[in-house]
Write a protein of this length. Structure first.
Length: 230
């Protein structure tokens, strides 16, 4: 497991928005890797206005990348499904739900040349019917918005919880616990969020400080979601 190591760190960020570039620069600088969950229909061709994520209380612009930017921006990281158009999947028929997932898989495969195997639920919403559709569509793991503040390896990969969101007040305390642990069973630190939240709160220092503390440790494997989970 984890290339022979007992600990792994991974990141999961949603929506394919233009602040992802700054986050990826930080992850790359510290030798870390993550998974980016994209809604392929929101990445229009260059020349069209960038699509924006509809959000009322955002201070900053939340714009999606143009299609031709994607391969470059996300190079070296994993791309996963976030459904075609970011719907609440629990409100769709089985057929519509299936289309949202399979069309996203197909588009992302075309954009990146690799078939995605993972997913994050738009809004985190899911139920048994949605989980069954995912399984039928060949999705192997899907992240919820549940935080456990724990480091166990999740057993239900289609209802995957995270350790915490990057804005969790306990982030650095958890980081310290993780670094100081001498585990006999594997431990996973799984961070999730949206990169526009750093812009909204002007708190890029949160992820910078976290990565700086966690980086360069021989006993931690730094991998994408698929690399640490599958
Ligand atoms: Zn989302």
């Amino acid at each position: 497991m984890f290339n022979g190591k007992m600990k792994a760190l991974t990141f999961s960020y949603d929506d394919g928005i233009t602040t992802d570039g700054r986050l990826i620069d930080i992850l790359n600088r510290y030798g870390m890797r993550g998974t980016f969950n994209l809604n392929s229909a929101t990445h229009v061709e260059r020349g069209n206005p960038r699509m924006e994520r509809i959000a009322k209380d955002r201070k900053t612009q939340v714009a999606r990348y143009w299609r031709d930017e994607l391969a470059d921006v996300y190079k070296g990281h994993e791309i996963a499904v976030h459904a075609l158009t970011h719907p609440d999947l629990t409100k769709l028929s089985e057929e519509e739900c299936c289309h949202e997932i399979l069309a996203d898989v197909e588009n992302l495969t075309a954009y990146f040349g690799t078939k995605p195997v993972g997913m994050a639920y738009p809004y985190g919403t899911h139920n048994d019917a949605v989980v069954n559709v995912l399984r039928d569509c060949g999705i192997r793991y899907s992240r919820t918005t549940v935080s456990t503040r724990r480091f166990d390896i999740p057993c239900d990969l289609l209802r995957l919880p995270a350790t915490c969101h990057h804005n969790d007040a306990a982030l650095m305390e958890l980081a310290e616990q993780f670094v100081n642990a001498e585990p006999e069973t594997p431990m996973l630190f799984y961070v999730w969020g949206h990169s526009y939240e750093f812009a909204d709160r002007d708190n890029w220092d949160v992820i910078e400080r976290f990565c700086d503390y966690m980086a360069g440790r021989d006993d931690i494997f730094y991998g994408t979601n698929a690399e640490v989970l599958l």
